[in-house]
Ligand binder design. Structure first.
Ligand code: GLU
Length: 560
């Protein structure tokens, strides 16, 4: 039986970075000769959306994580074995059959407590300082319950075994779940949908899944799944629960981190200027759960919808932490680099590179060839943003100019459409010039990035006061004088290429009897506003003669 794995996202939001790692490991474990399936778990109708499902598939494809069977998308999917459809909402009859069988065999039963009644039972358990566990009443009358179920709203609960359950996990070993974990959980909801537990077990069987790799947050679900498999006479797949991904500060990496960062920034902004409250309130209307801006500020666990968070971040000039694949995409990471880094969050190849260090940089083919569960770690993985940035920067440095530009264009087609519309020859030259200074694709046209000077209008950049003081105002004659001389020399320069510009400035420095720095720095400050930029010839070449002339004139007018 070929190894058959699956990634089974619930389409309730963007693809989380931990989900991407789960997908990547499942993909790698299946290798070329196995099968890697994609299944959309959308039985939670209220929280699932078509848009989220499409976004998740798109992010997976962007990462190069391609499924052999699953929803059909460009370059992925298909249903050769007729085991689909791959959306659980379209598989309800299968789940219904399973639940009917369990009821008929006495392994499941209808239950009629309303949500309010269950809340009261939970409260009572809390007051009595015990865990609430739903168990079938000792005097449960099956026939009466079945008769009642024909006309009354109800859920269906699975009759969980009373004895402790053992689960074998490929990574964590054998784990025993005592009675406190075992209750008669719901497998069919009032809304006519199965719960996740039932659907996942039915589908893993129907789709021939041999290995289930998923996050450790699902570990407590596994005894339930094992008991359901036993009751339905299914074989049990191999389970492997992956380590949780933590932030550098030891907190769990979660979408809440974005709220946390935005909340802190809003608080700080209000401390500095309480009048901004109205702006923020406009961005987070009163109707937004939980109770508008104030409710969100007060309730540390509350979360705003992504678009509102993005709006706040924009208003605050704040970069939200990267948590979801989309965040990393927007930040300008290369998909291959992200996959490489994700692979290391819980797994390592255990090989040395040419310098005798742990081999850490590899491509997807390498991962697919080497990946095995015995090298997946037990302990939490720590996300190191600096390391990811270093990987990205190294890869960019190793790319050739054409690949880099192509990657940037791909990025810009989503995140910087107007920037990508600039003259193609100019972009080719600019990208080649700036590549070695970029850590991410976003750096290419980031206004405060290494090449930002070339993207802001001639009258829109600010002059760094310290740099103006040091390079333009000081000295006798001062830097402005040399700047004027440079402007005059450049005005007559015919060949506006980097080398020619450099050569002309060198001659001029000699003519003026000063070192090149005394000429180059005033010029650099004048045309970029700052004392650091790419080499002077490149900087001026990127701007072009007209912009350089305008910028020199503006500097003389505004700073002198
Ligand atoms: N749909 C589940 C989730 O998104 C995955 C369940 C599983 O892998 O078993 O967390």
């Amino acid at each position: 039986m070929p190894v058959t794995t699956r990634f089974a996202p619930s389409p309730t939001g963007h693809l989380h970075i931990g989900g991407a790692r789960t997908a990547l490991y499942n993909w790698a474990l299946a290798r070329d000769d196995g099968r890697f399936l994609l299944r959309v778990e959308d039985t939670d109708a209220a929280r699932s959306s078509e848009e989220a499902a499409a976004g998740i598939l798109e992010d997976l494809l962007w990462l190069g994580i391609v499924w052999s069977e699953g929803p059909v998308a460009e370059g992925a999917g298909g249903d050769p074995r007729e085991i689909g459809p791959f959306r659980q909402a379209e598989r309800l009859s299968l789940y219904r059959k399973a639940v009917d069988r369990l009821i008929a065999e006495g392994r499941a039963y209808p239950a009629f407590e309303t949500p309010e009644e269950l809340d009261a039972l939970r409260r009572q358990a809390r007051e009595e300082k015990r865990n609430f566990r739903y168990r079938c009443a000792a005097d449960f009358d099956r026939d009466a319950a079945l008769a009642r179920a024909a006309s009354e709203p109800h859920v269906v609960r699975f009759r969980m075994p009373e004895t402790p359950l053992r689960v074998v996990d490929e990574i964590l070993g054998e784990i025993e779940f005592g009675e406190e974990h075992l209750d008669d959980f719901v497998i069919w909801k009032r809304d006519g949908f199965p719960t996740y537990h039932l659907a996942v077990v039915v589908d893993d069987e129907a789709m021939g899944i041999t290995h289930v790799l998923r996050g450790q947050e699902h570990l407590n679900n596994t005894p339930r799944h094992a008991a359901l498999q036993e009751a339905l006479g299914y074989r049990a797949p191999v389970y492997a629960h992956l380590p949780v991904i933590f932030n550098a500060d030891g907190s769990k990496m979660s979408k809440r981190d974005k709220d946390k960062a935005a909340r802190a920034a809003v608080r700080q902004a209000l401390k500095e200027d309480s009048a901004r409250k109205a702006d923020f309130e406009a961005l987070v209307p009163e109707a937004t759960a939980p109770k508008g801006l104030d409710g969100w500020l007060k309730d540390k666990r509350s979360q705003l919808p992504t678009d509102l968070l993005d709006g706040l971040a924009l208003d605050l000039g704040l970069a939200l932490p990267c948590i979801e694949v989309e965040d990393f995409r927007r930040a300008g990471f290369l998909p291959d680099v992200l996959c490489n880094y994700l692979a290391l969050l819980g797994w390592s190849p255990g090989e040395k590179d040419d310098e005798g260090k742990d081999l850490e940089r590899f491509d997807r083919a390498f991962l697919q060839a080497r990946f095995a569960l015995d090298r997946v770690g037990v302990s939490n993985a720590r996300f190191d943003m600096d390391k990811l940035l270093a990987f990205n920067q190294q890869t960019i440095a190793e790319q050739d100019d054409a690949d880099f530009l192509a990657a940037w264009r791909d990025w810009a087609s989503r995140y910087a459409v107007a920037d990508a519309a600039r003259d193609s020859d100019w972009l080719t030259r600019f990208a080649a010039m700036i590549r070695s200074r970029c850590r991410t694709l976003a750096d290419v046209s980031r206004r405060d990035g290494p090449g930002g000077f070339a993207w802001v209008d001639d009258d829109a950049y600010a002059f760094d006061a310290k740099a103006v003081e040091k390079w333009l105002r000081k000295g006798e004659p001062d830097g402005f004088t040399r700047l004027e001389a440079a402007g005059a020399a450049l005005a007559t320069l015919e060949d506006w290429a980097s080398e020619a510009i450099e050569a002309r400035m060198e001659t001029l420095a000699e003519e003026l009897g000063v070192g090149l720095g005394k000429l180059a720095q005033p010029l650099r400050v004048a045309v970029t506003g700052s004392a650091s930029s790419p080499p002077l010839g490149d900087t001026l070449a990127a701007l072009g003669p007209e912009a350089v002339a305008r910028r020199i004139a503006r500097c003389l007018a505004e700073c002198r």
